[in-house]
Design a protein around this ligand. Sequence first.
Ligand code: SF4
Length: 360
Amino acid sequence: MQPATIGATASEQAATRTRLWMPERVLFTPAALEEPWGQQILSRVQALNLPIEELPRNRLTGLRGEDERATYDIAKRTLAVVNAPPSAFKLSPIPPSADWQFHLAEGCPAHCQYCYLAGSLQGPPVIRAFANLPQILANLAAYERSATTTFEVSCYTDPLGIEHLTGSLAECIRYFGTREAGHLRWVSKFDGVSELLDLPHNGHTRCRMSVNAAPVSGRFEGGTASVTARLGALRQLALPHTQGGGGYPVGLVIAPIMPVEDWPEHYSRLLDSISEALDFDCDLTFELISHRFTPGSKEVLLNWYPQTKLDLDEEKRSTKRNKFGGIKYVYDSETMAQLRRFFEQEIARRFPQARILYWT
Ligand code: SF4
């Protein structure tokens, strides 16, 4: 993963340095190359001079290393452009974030040691971008109701993290700009937003940045843009068009919240930086997610990050069961209540106009 630098002078470079992931290999399936959107991705990848391979069949093979960690290393440096399978056309609800989820890609180029994808995606964590995006978008209309219907596009990927390679997030934003009731939501830990600022979004896309306190972000969020850069990007997205911004509704996802040592001080600093970045009136929401893990995600994460200092000790957690009987480990109720109270008070104090959408 290489931070790319755009701009002419040193100070311009410092101001505009954007975290861009450049894969070491880009694979295309034959079916993906038959799609006009696949060809559009091909042109972008060619323009970036990245090594391209055309696969003989529509299956991805040869991505496994000697062990799980080696497989992880290979996969996280690989972009595969494929067609989304037929199952992608049957949407699932995604409470509390949105009414429905859909996917423009699966897999993410970042290296968060608590990654939400661990245990939820099968196979090597290669980044698969979907070449049949126009069909995926055309399928969404059937899920819109007359009232506002929200669609989350960041459940299985960081859509901004691969945007320079695909252009797919911009295409989604343009699509939702034309809908009566459909609203798009996406969240990222990257900062390359300049191509999104002039899109005709019609106020139908809420752009969010996922942020965390310095000890969590610094220790556990490899390969992402810094929190400062993410907040700078969110500011650009939220500023009105008249000030060169995108004029979007925006939001912060503070996740995963962890009661690390001196957490009130660290999270207060984070909230202060947010209020410095968004020092103007804007349509702002907060989503608050405490850290949790499952037996399955713990196993995958320990394979991917054997040296991690992430707290994955079941003994220190409370157990919650979902409706299918699966277990997740969360903080005990007293810790949860303390954290929740802190965030609700501190957000209300600094951002009286903002809405907290949920705490979990
Ligand atoms: S940005 Fe999200 S999806 Fe990507 S590695 Fe981090 S937690 Fe996982």
